[in-house]
Design a protein around this ligand. Structure first.
Ligand SMILES: [Ca+2]
Ligand SMILES: [Ca+2]
Length: 244
């Protein structure tokens, strides 16, 4: 009697394993995609090929203890996995209008943020006033967003403080705010405590995995950096597709 119950249990487990395996293979034939049901519909995800600028930082690596930063040194951006998204996801930020808390940047101008140039050359970045500042991109319509890449400035090994990225359909960001990244762990920018790690700005930029959140406007905050009080942007690149 006990043996037959055991046999039935084993058969049930084997059937379950087989069904799970077949489901996995059907949704992910190459085995290299994320089959966690992102987006909730089991849509196949592919690696997104993002153009990277030339590495520029050639100085001495900083001594972390002197910088008082909260960086995840075991998982640097240089070793991150590619962004995965549905195959029809594209860059939706290129050439889109940019506004800022600083209407008159000290260096460069706001269109540099979405012009597609990610190089760290002189003339490729905009410098905003000291302290808490933001730039905002108007995508022109509502998009389903899968990833946001940030390049603040990658000529020296800096950490930009209080990096916070939000989506909204309200250009004033007074309502319907979705915070997709926040590393202000002491709430010094007063937008709420963030649990994300700080990071060194490098040529690979910072990837924020958004995974199918919708919004028309993207707002990126920072609050100075470990070299000076200014705020810089080389490029913000948003990957998405029109919202359903
Ligand atoms: Ca640019
Ligand atoms: Ca802070």
């Amino acid at each position: 009697m006990n043996q037959s119950i055991q046999r039935i249990a084993w058969r049930l487990m084997l059937t379950l394993a087989l069904v799970c395996g077949l489901t996995f293979m059907a949704g992910c034939p190459s085995g290299d995609c994320n089959c966690n049901g992102d987006g909730g519909n089991g849509e196949k995800l592919v690696d997104v090929a993002v153009e990277m600028p030339t590495p520029m930082f050639t100085g001495t690596p900083p001594i972390l203890e002197n910088m008082k930063v909260r960086v995840d040194t075991k998982n640097p951006e240089t070793k991150r996995a590619p962004l995965q998204a549905p195959a029809d996801v594209q860059v939706v930020s290129r050439g889109k209008p940019v506004t800022s808390s600083d209407d008159f940047p000290m260096i460069g101008d706001l269109p540099l943020v979405t012009d597609g140039d990610k190089e760290a050359n002189e003339g490729s970045y905009v410098e905003l006033a000291p302290g808490k500042q933001w730039v905002q991109i108007d995508l022109g319509e509502k998009y389903e967003i899968w990833g946001i890449f940030l390049w603040h400035y990658h000529t020296s090994a800096r950490v930009y403080r209080d990096t916070i990225v939000q989506l909204s359909d309200d250009p004033e960001f007074a309502q319907g705010i979705i915070t997709v990244f926040n590393n202000d762990h002491d709430n010094s920018s007063e937008l709420g405590v963030g649990e994300d790690f700080e990071y060194f700005d490098e040529h690979v930029g910072k990837l924020i995995r958004v995974q199918s959140k919708t919004g028309r406007y993207i707002r990126c905050y920072s609050n100075g950096n470990t070299d000076n009080d200014q705020n810089h942007y080389v490029e913000v690149e948003v990957w998405g597709r029109p919202a359903p």
